[in-house]
Design a protein around this ligand. Structure first.
Ligand code: ADP
Length: 272
């Protein structure tokens, strides 16, 4: 039997964030506010955000552009510089280098070489990222398995392309980016807008893939920009941010009732 990364045993991770707040200092050349002698103001980017995500669960972070989703995701990935107040724990512990090895972060900017094929891209990532104890053949085999399990078989020999020339579709590119992170078999998978720029069918398929990855025992958190009530049903929980503040945190199925009860929410366009 071939060993499958996506079914390999995982160390379960309970991600808990409580009262997370973060401010950035508005910069000027002199370290003061726009040349005056006033101290530089702090801009609050996150303000008291809390949540808990257990293995097998899929959490969506929603909110208009600029509401703090990426900042919170970066904090959860242990990569936010500067001081964060509140607490973020992984099985009750702070972020450590061993947690880093268990964390996959899919950022908004695809770092893909446009002239490489899907297979070459994932093989390259496997050779770079998988531990030295695996042979070259085993690493290539893992790349092949990721291709199969993320539904990329059809386009495995197509170039990934990019802004300058045509390659695979936007949804397939996203799957390649997710595949690069899945190679290391993360217990915690974090994704920043994996569905941006994708049509609703492709969006649903990407979220369905995230559901499958979570079901395997992973803890999965994703930001999502184009919310629809149909999409919500695919998540276990959602956190909604507005100007860095949590305006809803809880079961995904209840979020529409919540919005119904508070009326119009700025920055959102709901599609059913
Ligand atoms: P979203 O992902 O919801 O679009 P972000 O987390 O990217 O929101 O940003 C939230 C707000 O914080 C934005 O107004 C952004 O300009 C600001 N911000 C984030 N990081 C910094 C930073 N390092 N310096 C200044 N402002 C920042």
């Amino acid at each position: 039997h071939r060993f499958s990364i996506l079914r390999a045993s995982l160390r379960p991770v309970i991600l808990k964030f409580e009262d997370v707040a973060y401010g950035v200092q508005c910069r000027s050349a002199k370290g003061t506010c726009f040349g005056s002698n006033e101290p530089t103001p702090i801009r609050t980017v996150l303000n008291g955000v809390s949540g808990i995500v257990r293995p097998g669960e899929l959490l969506a972070m929603l909110g208009p552009s600029g509401s703090g989703k990426t900042t919170l995701l970066t904090a959860l990935a242990g990569r936010l510089p500067g001081k964060i107040s509140g607490s973020i724990t992984y099985n009750g512990q702070p972020f450590t280098s061993s947690m880093k090895r268990k964390t996959g972060l899919v950022t908004q900017d695809d770092v893909l070489y446009p002239h490489l094929t899907v297979l070459e891209t994932l093989t390259y990532a496997a050779l770079l990222r998988l531990p030295d104890k695996l042979t070259r053949e085993e690493k290539v085999e893992q790349a092949e398995l990721i291709i199969m399990e993320l539904g990329l078989t059809r386009c495995r020999n197509s170039v990934v392309g990019g802004p300058l020339f045509r390659g695979i579709s936007g949804g397939e590119r996203k799957r390649v980016s997710i595949g690069q992170e899945m190679l290391v078999n993360p217990s915690l998978l974090l994704l920043d807008e994996p569905t941006s720029g994708l049509d609703s069918t492709t969006t649903q398929r990407i979220v369905a893939t995230l559901r499958t990855l979570a079901r395997g025992g992973r803890t999965v958190v994703t930001t999502i920009h184009q919310p629809s009530s149909r999409l919500y049903r695919m998540f276990d929980k959602v956190v909604v941010l507005s100007d860095g503040c949590p305006i809803y945190s809880g079961k995904a199925g209840r979020v529409m009732d919540y919005f119904g009860s508070v009326g119009y929410v700025p920055g959102f366009n709901f599609v059913n």
